[in-house]
Design a protein around this ligand. Structure first.
Ligand SMILES: Cc1cc2nc3c(=O)[nH]c(=O)nc-3n(C[C@H](O)[C@H](O)[C@H](O)COP(=O)(O)OP(=O)(O)OC[C@H]3O[C@@H](n4cnc5c(N)ncnc54)[C@H](O)[C@@H]3O)c2cc1C
Length: 394
């Protein structure tokens, strides 16, 4: 009999693991709390470590249809706009790593993953908030807020930053912590922008105590803009995605003496979304990612600061590895916990490394004083050698 994998959460991680599990011969049943599947109106960058897996899942052609393929990663000063370093992201990069660097709208990636998961037979349940998890020697059960109950051989906890699965199965784990950084995000129609703001590249602007990133999405028709500033909001907890004014971002840029281009960018969109960034300490052991018949993946396991653009990439890698480990136990029997432990053993250290690297990038991106001078000098001298991440992409 086909074994059932219960999946809590229908974000990138949940849909990705549904695909990987179905490919491994399991029957995924996904439970999403929201009334409709949706993703914030914002962009995502995916390196070849993620796009290689999407291609293997049969999504390569569709990725080409909806994504953008930036030619270059450029680093510039946020105050003087001067170039500091660059790295080609086009054909040579794709050949070097066997897969392209893609930038795309979150909703487009979510649609692709959802379409594939459904085509592979995933049961997708909306308005199905997981309230409680219990496991026994031969199975796992979910109690839903709606009063329903679901049983399966294993559970993938892909319910994000505020994971209920994590809280239930790892009761001692601490809550996600605010990072003291706020992310302003907007999508801007390129043809409505003045020429100096349009771009087909990924551009990272480094300033004192702030940075900004822009890149194209939807075949280059839109420009995704993210600006990260230091600060906090009186409202915290799970209220982390809020409406914001371009005028507020402009004030932050003015206070940091940012260049005219960034100030124009802030003014180009009257409305932005403001995300209060949270993370957790890097994963410290495999036992934090699997316990019995339950495995965690994506932000539920290792939420990270977005300064390495790898949160969704790691979720896709997790899903791929979890699928591989599930394929080792097609009967979902007594060996299942060992297969999930293998998954965690193969994933935790890499996730922790990416979490640490994301934290470090944040400190470097926002450097002030002597550290900022040293950073800029190193970028000018070492350029591509600092920007490439062979250990991550290969
Ligand atoms: C500003 C910013 C920029 C970023 N840029 C990048 C980038 O360029 N590249 C990249 O790879 N990553 C990036 N990331 C990270 C990436 O967005 C996340 O790592 C990724 O979306 C996590 O996906 P997830 O499925 O694990 O979690 P989520 O997207 O949070 O999905 C969790 C899902 O679970 C559901 N859920 C929650 N609780 C329950 C419950 N109890 N029962 C049922 N359902 C539940 C939620 O409704 C949600 O749909 C960025 C993040 C930020 C904040």
């Amino acid at each position: 009999m086909t074994q059932q994998l219960l999946v809590a959460g229908g974000g990138m991680a949940g849909l990705a693991v549904a695909i990987a599990a179905a490919r491994a011969g399991w029957q995924p049943r996904l439970f999403e709390q929201a009334a409709a599947f949706s993703e914030a109106g914002a962009g995502l960058q995916l390196g070849p470590n993620a796009t290689r897996r999407l291609d293997a899942w049969g999504l390569g052609a569709e990725l080409e249809r909806v994504g953008a393929f930036p030619r270059e990663l450029r680093v510039r000063g946020a105050c003087d706009a001067k170039p500091l370093a660059s790295m080609a992201l086009g054909t040579d990069f794709a050949q070097r790593y066997g897969a392209p660097y893609v930038t795309l709208h979150r909703a487009d990636l979510h649609d692709l993953l959802r379409g594939r998961a459904r085509a592979l037979g995933t049961q997708l349940n909306l308005e199905s908030r997981v309230a409680a998890v219990s496991q026994s020697g031969d199975g796992v059960a979910l109690d839903l807020d709606s009063g329903g109950r679901a049983e399966g051989a294993a559970l993938a906890g892909a319910d994000g930053l505020w994971s209920t699965v994590r809280a239930q199965v790892w009761p001692g784990s601490t809550a996600a912590r605010p990072t003291g950084h706020l992310a302003y995000r907007a999508l801007l129609k390129q043809r409505d922008l003045p020429a100096h703001l349009r771009s087909d590249d990924v551009t990272v602007w480094l300033g004192p105590r702030l940075h900004a990133v822009t890149y194209p999405v939807r075949r280059g028709e839109w420009l995704n803009a993210v600006a990260i500033v230091e600060g906090d909001l009186p409202r915290s907890g799970q209220t982390w995605d809020l409406p914001a004014f371009g005028a507020d971002l402009l004030r932050s840029f003015e206070a940091a003496s940012a260049c005219a281009e960034l100030k124009d960018l802030a003014s180009a969109a009257p409305w932005w979304r403001l995300w209060v960034l949270h993370d957790r300490a890097p994963v410290a052991a495999a036992t934090e990612m699997a316990r019995g018949r339950v495995a965690l993946l994506g932000d539920a396991a290792h939420p990270m600061r977005p300064y390495f653009a790898q949160g969704a990439g790691m979720a896709i890698e997790d899903a791929d590895e979890l699928g591989r480990c599930l394929s080792l136990v097609p009967d979902g029997g007594a060996q299942l916990p060992a297969a999930l432990s293998l998954y965690a053993a193969n994933r935790w250290a890499r996730n922790a490394r990416v979490q640490r690297r994301s934290q470090r990038n944040g400190r470097i991106f926002h450097a002030t004083g002597a550290m900022r001078v040293a950073r800029d000098a190193a970028l000018k001298v070492l350029g591509e050698r600092l920007l490439d991440a062979n250990w991550l992409y290969r």
